[in-house]
Ligand binder design. Structure first.
Ligand code: DOR
Ligand code: ZN
Length: 348
């Protein structure tokens, strides 16, 4: 087999990204905008982005924070609550700037305390989304304290995904950041209105990475890293060439001191070298030919948006990720800090 050393791709998009706000937004936005043409912006701010007016204002703050030499389009999402009305959904679609609605089960993760306590409270909003074709983006983990943290995604499928698809069979649904073979199988077996995003970190690491040589807070995220058999299933899904699996980094910055703490925050910062990390993962299974579909085509197709036309290049070239990056308060530790990545991206 010939070794591929350079790869030219249609410019990719990130279908799941946390950009934060204020100074933190200013610090991280250039990293994503250098790599991606567009990103689906998660709404878990404090307070959360629960309506179209807030989404439009947040979009303006993102555009204002964008350095003038970078082109980047933020695709906005709303944060579903027990009170989201059908009228709010209509307005979101009419705005043209909201492209999805995110459901966080209350208490599942960072800033999810105003999340949905029971999907039964969201019937009118969900029916309207199904009717208007506005996708539901699902953080698919049960919050039941009785359920083992490594099983929360699998149990969510039985308890919530299956009933959701039965009640709203035409709803466009993205199973966000899948982490298990169970989720990959579920998405694969579902009709074409069901898709999934996959992060670079879940393709590259299994749960051992949280404990090598001592506890590794920068490898803690939600959903938590799983066993090797699950990582391998995700790699198979991502490199399968099936259009229902596409790129979503879930890059989620937290200041160093809030992760290296007695109760550390969940989230990995991968935006700095996202495409390089995905290239490593695909290269490891000789599937670089499948990267463009996953990173640049299938997400846009699912969301009914045009594919990008500009291009990027990835070169096989080892370089070291910085040990830390400037951030709002203190610093930000990117994934692979101070260590080598085997690919280097450049814009064409
Ligand atoms: O690890 C995570 N971090 N998972 C999430 O679902 C949220 C995210 C964040 O916003 O920090
Ligand atoms: Zn996320």
């Amino acid at each position: 087999m010939t070794t591929i050393n350079t790869l030219t791709l249609t410019r990719p998009d990130d279908w799941h990204l946390h950009l934060r706000d204020g100074e933190a937004l200013k610090a991280v936005l250039p990293d994503s905008a250098r790599q991606f043409a567009r990103a689906m912006i998660m709404p878990n701010l404090r307070p959360p982005v629960v309506n179209t007016a807030m989404a439009m204002a947040y979009r303006q703050r993102i555009l204002a924070a964008l350095p003038s030499d970078l082109k980047f389009e933020p695709l906005m999402t709303l944060y579903l609550t027990d009170n989201t009305s059908a009228a709010e959904i209509k307005q979101a679609v009419a705005s043209g700037v909201v492209h999805g609605v995110k459901v966080y089960p209350a208490g599942a993760t960072t800033n999810s305390d105003s999340g949905v306590t029971d999907l039964a409270h969201c019937k009118l909003a969900l029916a309207e989304m199904e009717k208007l074709g506005l996708p539901l983006l699902v953080h698919a983990e049960v919050t039941d304290a009785q359920v083992d943290v490594f099983d929360r995604e699998r149990v969510f499928i039985e308890r919530h995904m299956l009933p959701l698809l039965k009640d709203y069979p035409a709803l466009k649904l993205v199973f966000e950041h899948i982490t298990t073979k169970d989720a990959a199988d579920f998405v694969q077996q579902s009709p074409s209105n069901v898709a999934a995003t996959i992060t670079a970190h879940h393709l590259l690491m299994n749960r051992n990475a949280m404990f090598v040589g001592g506890i590794q807070p920068h490898h803690y995220c939600l959903p938590i890293l799983k066993r090797e058999e699950h990582r391998l299933a995700l790699l198979r899904a991502a490199t399968s060439g099936q259009a229902k699996f596409f790129l979503g980094t879930d890059s989620a910055p937290h200041a160093k001191h809030t992760k290296e703490a007695a109760c550390g925050c969940a989230g990995m910062y991968t935006a700095y070298s996202a495409m390089e990390l995905y290239a490593e993962a695909f290269d490891a299974v000789n599937a670089l030919d499948k990267l463009e579909g996953f990173a640049s085509f299938y997400g846009a197709d699912f969301y009914g948006l045009p594919r990008n036309t500009d291009r990027i290049q990835l070169r096989r070239e080892s370089w070291n990720v910085p040990t830390h990056l400037p951030f709002d308060e203190g610093s930000l530790i990117p994934l692979r800090a101070g260590q080598a990545v085997a690919w280097k991206m450049q814009r064409l």
